[in-house]
Design a protein around this ligand. Sequence first.
Ligand code: J2J
Length: 548
Amino acid sequence: SPSRLPLAQIWPDDMVQRYRAAGYWRGETFTGFVRDNARRFADKTAIVGHTGGVVQRWSYAQLWDKAETIAAGLLALGLQAGDRVVVQLGNIPEFYSVVFGLFRAGLIPVYALPAHRITEIAHFARKAQACAYVAAQHHENFDYRTLARELQHEVPTVQHTIIVGDDAAEFTALHHLQPDPARLPSQDADPQSVAFLQISGGSTGLSKLIPRTHDDYIYSFRASNDICGITPESVYMVALPAAHNFPMSSPGAMGAFYAGATVVLSPAPSPDAAFPLIEQEKVTALGLVPPLALLWAQAAETTPHDLSSLQVLQVGGAKLTPEAARRVIAGLGCTLQQVFGMAEGLVNYTRLNDPLETIIQTQGRPISPADEILVVDDHGHPLESGGTGYLLTRGPYTIRAYHNDPAANARSFTEDGFYRTGDVVTRTADGYLIVQGRATDHINRAGEKISAEEVEDHLLAHPQVFDATVVSIPDEFLGERTCAFIIPHTGTRPRGVELKKWMRERGVAAFKVPDQIVLVDSFDTTAVGKTSRKELRAKLRAQLLAQE
Ligand code: J2J
């Protein structure tokens, strides 16, 4: 049946043998390590967070207990091992009880962000052939029950909706699941099987689904723990959206749970929300995107809150310039760690004891000695160190294929299994990477990756839009913002606010709505001859910047 679509992530046999022999893949599973930690760290606090304004503190034993109850409840609904479940929850403790519950039941979470709307959620559900959806009742004034109704209508495979909140309406409330413990599997998943589907930044077109296995993902955060100094005494804050790969795995909440540390959930990434929690819970480490890190550095100078527990501030998701790095260090006074990672796998870190100049000037080096790095020119020829080119990689925690997407796979992987990251980097003689730019036309808006093509498609559907080109524009606060150049149909003059409203009504995440809209008569393509979209975007960007 179509719901039994194979979920595989295939490394060649010789690599599998090598990764096992080297001790990277140890045959651990998510369920296995949480169960172990529920014994080893039973009464220790696993999670501190807020649900509906009420503080919750769960021990490791409680987290496991809740996960088992949820697992038994989901299986009682008729869900079966291997089924995909779209999870869309904010930074609430239930994010983790649900995810570990899914793992315990042998179900496969698909991680959506709270900002996603029906267009994106339906796309994920279709691609994954999901049969269930878990969402919060409300998050930031949005009612996910309305989204659930549209989803069940648009994607008939989605037969179950589970709502976290008091009023599930016609759906099933998480706390009303009727557990049937007899259905819990007696064996844990195959460590080499796919554990979950992460969402790609969507550099071309719609987001792709990223299948990660137990073995590969657990290796990535176990090794990250060493590099980031995470121990059972650590207190790790999730300030970015919990479903993002960065706060999930670099070392993220998963690294912290693996170590037996405490995870503190900030309901929002603002200093107002996070600073009091850092003081109260004595947070030791957390990750931010560059615009937030700058905001925090500024706010820290005047805050009444004591932030002295903070040992490591990680910054990643977008380029942190050397000048910004200096401001972050000066403002927060803790160790800065640059993180250059991707949900597809490869993660680079500056090391905590690296010389200051390395921390300021580079985006770090790979986690693993087995990470293979190639920097190639336009023809795919490898460059010497010091050269600048396209970054390709393969290794023990980098995917070999996207889920259910042959076209993207043909584009994104070389014949010998290297992932084309789309990033343009310089590799130093000692193996550190400096991110210089990228080959693909997406917008990195404060760490959120937006596909120009995807936004153009939405705009082109508007009756008054003849043509649309979406580009990234450097932005003081966001790093990059989105600008849409629009050629209206003859005799029409759509207003910017209308086009933005149109985008929102199409049911897409708010961060994809263009920040700026410029109406033009033509794209004047003569100057660049037979233009590629890429050249056209570069030209429009240059024109706009020249006017400013
Ligand atoms: C420049 N560009 C960066 C950096 C990511 C840890 C940290 C981040 C992500 C992430 C992640 C960058 N400087 N320091 O998954 O585990 C851009 C690159 C990269 C893309 C991946 C993690 N850090 N980037 O951001 O899947 O262009 O993962 O290819 O969201 O973000 O985006 P994403």
